[in-house]
Write a protein that binds this ligand. Sequence first.
Ligand code: GDP
Length: 297
Amino acid sequence: MFEALNERLTGVFDRITGRGALSEKDVAEAMREVRVALLEADVALPVVKDFIAFATDRATGEDVIRSVKPADQVVKIVYDGLVEMLGGEEPTPINLNATPPAVILMSGLQGSGKTTTSAKLALRLTKFDRKKVMMASLDTRRPAAMEQLQTLGKQIEVATLPIVPGESPVQITRRALQSAKLQGYDVLILDTAGRITLDEALMAEVAEVAAVARPVETLLVADSLTGQDAVRTARAFHERLPLTGLVLTRADGDGRGGAMLSMRAVTGLPIKYLGAGEKVDALEVFDARRVAGRILG
Ligand code: GDP
């Protein structure tokens, strides 16, 4: 995770930490290099501009330049700025505050990792939060996707709604709600259909399901490897669907980190989880401090 960005930034900081004193010019030069590193990591330009303006202003202040260890202070300013960019100090917990079943709606493009993430989240809520969880697939166009969720459910010992061919996504949603309620489930995870690209029909379908399901969490699952495309997808979904949070998958293979670093500032939405591998237990609660620590570590 973040290998390329980490290498670039540690390079910049190694050059300044070697020196006892720093001039305003040295700091400004280091900030220019940080700017290039962030742009190379594919962070959205407006996000980079804001970050550099803020960090340069703080780092070239007299109190930093005249301090005993100015380079350490510059690193700290960049660290604080990254934490802020990633969404602030405290992780935003998943909200399950609803009359049971608390519905979590999973949205996203096909291949983003939506079904795998549904199962990962179900496992997490079952194992760590001791919740009784049911999952249901609404992907009526792809029977394979429905079967995939069922197979994952068996593997992690989490219930899935029995598949009834011929139903519409809204019909499945109604059946799932009723079944989860009658059987006393705490949480119902709805895995909506994805498409290869964004289209109006997909948006209309997900919005219709959301109106019926009234989810307490509507999460967008996006592939971090797609960089700014993931950010554009999140923005487009959020325009049609009141999202409550994001899950970024394939963070394990993401050496650049541009999607992760841009998401919060561009969409205003918190990243709630990171997918960090193919296995069902590879889901991390997103923690901005830990991520910023990895970037600079
Ligand atoms: P969907 O079409 O959005 O439901 O996508 P799937 O859940 O079927 O995932 C597509 C592929 O991505 C599968 O091979 C998953 O194992 C893989 N995948 C999902 N999340 C992650 C992740 O966080 N890391 C890695 N390395 N692979 C993932």
